[in-house]
Ligand binder design. Sequence first.
Ligand code: SF4
Ligand SMILES: [Zn+2]
Length: 279
Amino acid sequence: MRNLENKIEQKIKNTIKKYRLLNKSDKIVTAASGGKDSTVILYLLKKFGYNVSALHINLHLGKYSDRCQEAVQELCKQQDIKLHVVDIKKYFGTRMCYIRQGVQQNTNVSNCMVCGIVKKWLLNKEARKLGADKIVTGHHLDDESQTIIMNFLQGNLMLGANSGPETGSLKDKKFVPRIKPLYFIPEKDIKEYSLAKKLPVIYEKCQCAVSSLRIKVRAFMQNKPAETKEKIVNNFLKILPRLKKQLHQQKIIYCDICGEPSRNEICKKCELLNLNNTK
Ligand code: SF4
Ligand SMILES: [Zn+2]
């Protein structure tokens, strides 16, 4: 096990160095869900000596959300990490389930799509308020290879133009760059690491993750070896600079409704939530 621990830690350090993801002086906010991925990267960044705090968004998905928040609180207490909790009800007046049900009355976007857009919007806004230089997320090799396949299946690799170990193509004072130090780490290794270190983690899956394209792609990719997933991301990284170049040509403006950075007059979050007349 010691070998796996050393291998993972070294690989993450190499990714941070190779892609210049972090500086020791950076103020880092890690999006901490209570799941294994964000818990492991939060734990490791603290271990590596970075100036890191945790940001947890409580989505009020029943008891599941309570357990997730408790796990994050436990880790932060154990590791002496500052924790910021954002309550979705305080922002939007209701739970994530109601937000997405409202949106889905008028459009057929998946549960995770609505949730993901709202979380991304909140994360940027809250991290900026905290003065963060970088937002760290727990996306890993399996997530990233699935996303590339999904974009391909949707006939639009440009959807991934803002990805890679650093989501840095949006250069704007109101946008906090998001980085993924676990980009090259297989999910199963992260799970093993979290178990070996006995980290407080919620392993159960979110009940709302149903019927999305990701679930189908995940099932298809499940038994593929890590080398296949590495090939997918490495090949994608070769064309990413060209995609980013195209993306850079689009201007960043501020959303007419919420004032957050956006490529269009109305940002994705407001576009979705306005279908439900919720801001
Ligand atoms: S699995 Fe989907 S619905 Fe559940 S928290 Fe994650 S993004 Fe939201
Ligand atoms: Zn907006």
